[in-house]
Design a binder for this molecule. Structure first.
Ligand code: ADP
Ligand code: MG
Length: 511
């Protein structure tokens, strides 16, 4: 007795095709799974044995061998349970309909329920590309799978329902894609909540327009966290392609809910400063995406940046540059995307009041320096824009005139992004912050006046080549915001002012 069923496996973000073969032969009672299964797959034996018992089917007392082909690729996870169970039933003659063109994924519980698994979205895309006609997934994952056109999806609640469906006694309904897009979110935050802070808001507008990384430094209570949380409200919406990329990451992390099977809003991740390196960049024995990948196409907000472990932050440097993170394991190499805007916030010193207009800082110069050096120079340089946030003034707080709303700011951001879209058409660059060093000359033509301003800043502040690149990128965005093809003097001057050196060069408590 022999049967063969299609299933799918997952390694990192990559789905692959798996054939489940079951052979039942005479011999000593044994039940083996072969084909490089890991512990989670081997345990499948017990789940299947008991799930079959639950529907009154006992395994025959012979030798049962389950082979997961290709036999040289490691299999991990519980998603093969359902296919193994169906193959077993077929081999025992328990299913009489054709199983051609059908593919099964899902975990089976001891009582025969079918439980959700991670990574259904990338597996469904592969199934569609392989020409699978009917894909059977756990009922809880059905909404996610149904988002992909070109393959019929059935959500399976339990083994009995699946058998009845396959035997034609009681058909399961076809899963259809539906999203509960929430109507206006009344709890939503808005830039209109932030009083005063005109220049900081203007800078954050530039940040959003060019997709730049930003570091906010200021005393406690000056509104850094408040401002960062409002940044997503002025970013453009994700394109469908971006949404699917981000959803893939959430799918393999098992973070999608049946109500919102597609991630539509740009992610806003704000991990606590006690996070581990693995939590931040990803890893583990079966490598999972970290916060930087969960922030893909969105924002990673590191509040109280100086409290993070310096080594943890430094692991993030390479992925920040490459927009991908590569995790190597004995079983192979996994690559996850991580193109995100980095937003940092920190106090300027241990007591928090260094440079405060009214309150006195109690830290020594030494303490201030040591505090700042908790963030390595190279990481500091990854922030295109450094902002000093000063506490809001009483007159501004009590002003009755409502500040500009996120909606209005977003219109200007959108206009600047449209210019960038045209500029980068046919490339994989999506915004000015991503211009590779080799392309800066091409994309950032500067006027003679701008050249002069940059030259003199170079001489005065002793800038590095990287700061030069950063100035050009930020100046490009400032120019885009006034629809100027050429970077003019004032655009360059603004960009220089946002550079890190203005912060470092600030004399002690002199403001
Ligand atoms: N410009 C502002 N307009 C309105 N409220 C503000 C402003 N700045 C600060 N606040 C208030 O102060 C609180 C503390 O701000 P927060 O963002 O937590 O500061 P920080 O992160 O810099 O320590 C905010 O929740 C808000 O109520
Ligand atoms: Mg804060």
């Amino acid at each position: 007795m022999f049967s063969k069923i299609s299933s799918l496996g997952l390694f990192g973000l990559n789905a692959f095709s798996v054939e489940v073969e079951v052979a039942v032969a005479r011999g000593m009672p044994r039940f083996d799974i072969v084909g490089l299964p890991d512990a989670s797959v081997r345990e499948s034996r017990e789940r299947i044995r008991l799930a079959l018992n639950a529907i009154n089917i006992n395994l025959p007392s012979g030798r049962i061998v389950v082979n997961l082909a290709p036999a040289d690729v490691k299999k991990s996870g519980t998603m093969h349970d359902l296919a193994i169970l169906v193959a077993m039933l077929a081999a025992l003659g328990g299913i009489n309909s054709s199983l051609d063109g059908k593919c099964f994924i899902g975990e089976v519980s001891l009582s025969g329920e079918v439980r959700s698994v991670n990574g259904v979205l990338p597996m469904t895309i592969l199934a569609r590309n392989l020409g699978v006609e009917e894909l059977y997934v756990p009922a809880e994952n059905a909404a996610e799978a149904a988002a992909i056109d070109g393959v019929t999806v059935y959500g399976v609640p339990n083994v009995t329902a699946l058998i009845e469906h396959l035997e034609g006694q009681k058909r399961l309904p076809r899963a259809i894609f539906k999203e509960n897009i929430p109507k206006e979110d009344t709890s939503a935050v808005d830039f209109a909540d932030v009083r005063g802070q005109r220049s900081v808001k203007r800078a954050l507008e530039i940040v959003a327009a060019g997709g730049h990384n930003v570091l906010m430094v200021g005393p406690p209570g000056s509104g850094k966290s408040m401002l960062a949380k409002r940044l997503p409200t002025i970013l453009p919406e994700m394109t469908m392609e971006e949404a699917l990329e981000t959803t893939n990451v959430y799918s393999i992390s098992g973070m999608l809910s049946p109500n919102s099977p597609i991630v539509r809003k740009r992610p806003f991740r704000s991990p606590h400063h006690t996070i581990s390196g693995v939590g931040l960049v990803g890893g583990g024995s079966t490598p999972q995406p970290g916060e930087i990948s969960l922030a893909h196409n969105g924002l990673l907000f590191l509040d109280e940046l100086a409290e993070f472990d310096r080594r943890t932050l430094d692991i993030m440097r390479q992925p920040l540059e490459d927009h991908i993170v590569t995790i190597t394991r004995a079983s192979g190499t996994v690559t996850y995307p991580c193109r995100f805007m980095l937003v940092g916030a920190m106090n300027p010193c241990p007591c928090g009041y260094y440079g405060h207009p009214k309150r006195k800082c109690t830290c020594s110069q030494m303490q201030v320096q040591r505090y700042l050096s908790r963030i390595s120079g190279p990481l500091m340089e990854r922030f295109d824009i450094h902002l000093e946030v000063e506490p809001v003034l009483f007159e501004e707080l009590s002003d009755t005139k409502a500040p500009e709303s996120s909606e209005e700011i977003r219109k200007r951001v959108h206009a600047a992004r449209e210019i960038q879209k045209k500029r980068f058409k046919g490339t994989n660059i999506t915004c000015n912050a991503q211009i590779p060093a080799g392309h800066l000359q091409k994309y950032c033509p500067v006027s003679d006046g701008a050249k002069q301003v940059i030259q003199s800043a170079f001489d005065r502040l002793g800038l590095s080549a990287r700061s030069y690149d950063r100035i050009l990128k930020v100046a490009r965005t400032v120019a885009d915001m006034s629809s100027s093809d050429i970077i003019e003097r004032n655009h360059a001057a603004a960009a220089i002012q946002y550079g890190s050196m203005s912060f470092k060069a600030a004399p002690h408590n002199s403001r």
